[in-house]
Design a protein around this ligand. Structure first.
Ligand SMILES: C[S@@+](CC[C@H](N)C(=O)[O-])C[C@H]1O[C@@H](n2cnc3c(N)ncnc32)[C@H](O)[C@@H]1O
Length: 236
């Protein structure tokens, strides 16, 4: 069975024509968990080299923006090889989840090397979080949301486990607003998924469908094509 649709999941003209953010498709490409797991099984060995320093400025900016207080509980969804773990203050309680065993193994090595006693790592699907409602002060997804089959389901899970008044923080690349770049991003999205992400995730449609109301959206990294989206969870 083909795990990745070689054919676009949605006709591109149909996507562009549909102006209703609440209903339009989020991407031309569709993926399944099994495909993504295989991609990250292969990527684990080279992930830090390929996506470590290149995306670190955005990670650092996100943690500064969180303005963490001693005792804050943070859930990092899609913790990967643990690139963020040493950035959290040691006074915070960090839970990192990922469904990829090879990526988690790398994160465990990093935890041991850094003596990070404020972190626990669990194997879990972001689309089905095994935590009680209202468990965390901050629920953070760095470079995850364009990887998962159903970004809206992940956002709903993130909202469910976030305490009222807590923050949902999403760091990701989204479809450009410019007509030429966005056309290219849509064209290449079925290919970029082979290196771990979709290049054409539609931010306004994602926010509308996940019922997220950002308090800020900042451009980060160089080039500034990644967005840091911060929302306060209002439980409405
Ligand atoms: C691009 S990496 C980001 C890793 C890390 N957050 C960082 O800043 O580098 C995406 C991670 O999400 C994980 N992932 C993808 N789909 C997932 C899912 N459904 N549930 C849990 N983790 C998932 C992958 O295994 C991978 O480790």
């Amino acid at each position: 069975m083909a795990l990745f649709d070689q054919e676009p999941a949605h006709d591109e003209d149909e996507l562009i024509a549909s102006s209703d953010a609440a209903t339009r498709a989020l991407s031309v490409a569709s993926v399944e968990n099994a495909f993504v797991e295989r991609v990250y099984e292969k990527l684990a060995a080279v992930y830090d080299l390929a996506f470590g320093p290149a995306l670190q400025a955005g990670r650092e900016h996100a943690i500064r923006r969180m303005a963490l207080q001693p005792g804050n509980s943070i859930l990092e969804v899609g913790v990967g090889t643990g690139s963020n773990l040493s950035l959290y203050p040691t006074t915070s309680h960090v839970t990192g989840i990922d469904f990829s065993r090879p990526m988690l193994d790398k994160a465990r090595d990093r935890m041991a090397r850094g003596g990070l006693h404020n972190v626990r790592l669990l194997q879990m699907d972001a689309q089905d979080l095994r935590f009680a409602d209202n468990s965390f002060d901050i629920v953070y997804a760095p470079y995850l949301i364009s990887v998962v089959p159903d970004p809206v389901k992940v956002a709903r899970e993130m909202r469910r486990v976030c305490k009222p008044g807590g923050r949902i923080v999403i760091l990701n690349h989204f479809l450009s607003a410019g007509p030429i770049v966005s056309r290219v991003e849509r064209m290449i999205s079925p290919l970029t998924i082979h290196v771990g992400f979709r290049s054409d995730l539609d931010l306004p449609a994602f926010l509308a469908q996940a019922e997220l109301k950002p308090e800020s959206i900042e451009k980060v990294n160089i080039p500034r094509i990644w967005s840091l989206v911060t929302c306060v969870e209002d439980k409405l």
